[in-house]
Design a protein around this ligand. Structure first.
Ligand code: AGP
Length: 603
């Protein structure tokens, strides 16, 4: 899951490529590199660490007039995040960048080594450039050499290759990871892992299909799939780039927490009228033959799924099961055609979720996705899509995407309930009232934020955090713990409050921090007893509740809402801000936490 940018044309290439990488840095940021082919010569630069290191290294480099450029930001899969493993990789006359994993790279590498090829890096990617050069040396034309190279690869790849043997061409291939090609009226050609780097430059883009490959020059773009030349479908590209600024916030994550109120109104827009949920996306959908919903997702999206499983069973009265996509893939799952297969993904590119979706499609199940990125791989494959409308989320730790996922799932549970005739008038009114209030629930309370800022200094040590809650507050506890561990690097777990006594309570002492989610609308007394058990063992308790709780060491008082989902969303913001403030105090890079990437397109 790396980021790729490519360019053909007369524009100054360094600036375009580096700006493009900046847009894609969320996909991986442990090293970066560029290569530019101009007047028959190739200049290249690589740097380990964040993109700023590459910017510094290339500060005196300019490339005007016609030329080609490729650029890459890496998230290491094979080989450490060192400069030598950074892309581009090269042979004698060609340079290559690659996103994905070449599964059969070892066999290819051994064969090339026995031919005398010396490898510089530990990556799987480097085999591609040497294989291409081997075929060129065997007198294949560059196009045939590239075709033969791609045919030899197994795995997931988005590849751009430039070579002195064809100095006006970028060779490209795509399988199972995203690659987009764009063009404009000035005859410029662009490549990107997403459309973000192309916005403002390309007029139209084509989302390449799996198994396609080809070559582009200023004269022509040729794309092939299964030995057949295909005519690419180009779509107009939106030209707005306003999302790119932090608007005065310290981090994108903070800005995105504050945006939750606005983006959730977008999520609801046009979807509730006269106490009825409208999901136009599902107009052709027949729910009469569905008796179960199965949801697959990863990480935060999995937590949204888990939250919704309570809603589907409670509101829609339909069985609902949730699975982590990476587990589902290999368990040889039984799939029933009466099951609606729902996947949830912010990015729409998560490899495990995508694969689970493909399995369900193959088994003939009706599929639906809830996604934030239109035209992403998951959206393109699903039978239907409900977009969450969160806008681009830049912080690696997901916040507003989670809020909009949960809200969309709640809408969906009401929609399904209505279709199944399970929603009486009174319940419908209560739910609609609560739904409509969520954007205001999500307005950040500055006083609470300030209090969390002050409290955070007491939570920088200890031997771990337990976030506990019951019912829908259990998945929220999981999500709170995930947020904290992602950006603070402190150990945190989410647990059902009632489960603590079955083992984890053994850890309780004064440096075990318990974040207790104690809503008044959902099993308050039960949760309270569980928290008391922890307090009796001297655990340090931060209680979040509308009801005063005398045993708490620290207390955040929430509003006295009447609906559990309102309490859920208010507590969600509090756990997000707590993680943010702890991370900032620890001096961490909140938006780009170590070892992570925004879009996980590898297994
Ligand atoms: C969220 O904070 C994480 N960075 C991560 O768990 C993420 O939710 C997961 O990788 C799934 O991503 P997706 O929603 O884009 O499929």
């Amino acid at each position: 899951m790396c980021g790729i940018v490519g360019y053909i044309g007369e524009r100054e290439k360094r600036e375009f490529l580096l700006d493009g990488l900046r847009e894609l840095e969320y996909r991986g940021y442990d090293s970066a590199g560029i290569a530019v082919l101009h007047q028959g010569e190739i200049n290249y630069f690589k740097a380990s660490g964040k993109l700023d290191n590459l910017i510094e290294k290339t500060k005196d480099f300019r490339s005007i007039n016609f030329g080609l450029g490729i650029a890459h930001t890496r998230w290491a899969t094979h080989g450490k995040p060192t400069e030598i493993n950074a892309h581009p990789h090269w042979g004698e006359f060609s340079f290559l960048i690659h996103n994905g994993i070449i599964e059969n790279y070892m066999e290819i590498k051994k064969e090339l080594q026995s031919d005398g090829v010396v490898f510089l890096s530990q990556t799987d990617s480097e085999v591609i450039v040497h294989l291409f050069e081997k075929f060129v040396r065997l007198n294949f034309t560059p196009k045939d050499a590239f075709k033969k190279t791609i045919e030899s690869l197994k795995g997931a790849f988005a590849v751009l290759l430039i070579s002195k043997v064809s100095p006006e061409t970028i060779f490209f291939a795509k399988n199972a990871v995203p690659l987009i090609i764009g063009k404009n009226s000035q005859n410029e050609i662009f490549f990107g892992s997403s459309d973000a780097p192309l916005i403002g430059f390309a007029d139209e883009v084509s989302y390449l299909e799996d198994g396609s490959f080809g070559w582009a020059s200023k004269e022509e773009i040729e794309i092939f799939k299964d030995d057949t030349k295909i005519v690419p479908i180009f779509k107009l590209l939106n030209s707005s780039k306003i999302y790119a600024q932090k608007d005065g916030f310290r981090f994108f994550m903070e800005k995105e927490i504050y945006e939750q109120s606005t983006v959730t109104s977008e999520t609801l827009m046009g979807r509730i009228k006269d106490d009825k949920v409208y999901l136009e996306e599902l107009s052709g959908y027949d729910f009469s033959d569905i008796d179960e919903i199965k949801i697959c997702a990863c990480g935060t999206s999995y937590h949204a799924a888990l939250t919704s499983s309570y809603l589907f069973e409670r509101i829609s009265k339909i069985r609902c099961s949730v699975e982590i996509a990476s587990e589902f893939r290999y368990k040889e799952p039984l799939m029933d055609k009466k099951t609606l297969f729902l996947v949830i993904s912010q990015s729409g590119e998560t490899a495990d979720t995508l694969q689970a979706l493909k399995m369900a499609k193959k088994a003939g199940l009706k599929t639906l996705c809830i996604c934030n990125v239109d035209n992403s791989s998951i959206v393109r494959i699903s039978d239907a899509t409900i977009l969450t409308r969160a806008g681009i989320e830049k912080g690696v730790a997901s916040t507003k995407a989670f809020a909009t996922q949960v809200l969309t799932l709640w809408l969906l549970s009401l929609y399904v309930a209505k279709k199944r005739d399970k929603l009486d008038k009174k319940m419908c009114e209560t739910e609609m009232k609560a739904l409509r209030s969520i954007p205001s629930v999500l307005k950040v309370d500055e006083e609470i934020h300030e209090k969390l800022h002050r409290l955070s200094k007491r939570y920088l040590h200890g031997h771990g955090f337990f976030f506990i809650g019951r019912d829908i507050f259990f998945p929220l506890a999981l999500e709170g713990a995930l947020k904290l561990k992602e950006i603070s690097y402190l150990h945190a777990e989410g647990y059902p409050a009632g489960e603590m006594k079955h083992g984890p309570i053994a850890l309780a002492d004064s440096t075990l921090f318990t974040i207790a989610l104690m809503p008044q609308t959902m099993l308050y007394d039960k949760t309270k007893s569980n928290v008391e058990e922890l307090s009796a063992r001297d655990a340090t308790i931060l209680a979040i509740s509308p009801k005063e709780f005398t045993l708490a060491d620290d207390f955040i008082k929430t509003q006295s809402y009447e609906h559990p989902m309102s309490e859920f969303f208010e507590m969600m913001v509090i756990t997000q801000l707590l993680a943010l403030e702890i991370s900032i105090r620890l001096g961490n890079d909140v938006d780009m936490p170590r070892n992570l990437a925004k879009s996980v397109t590898v297994e």
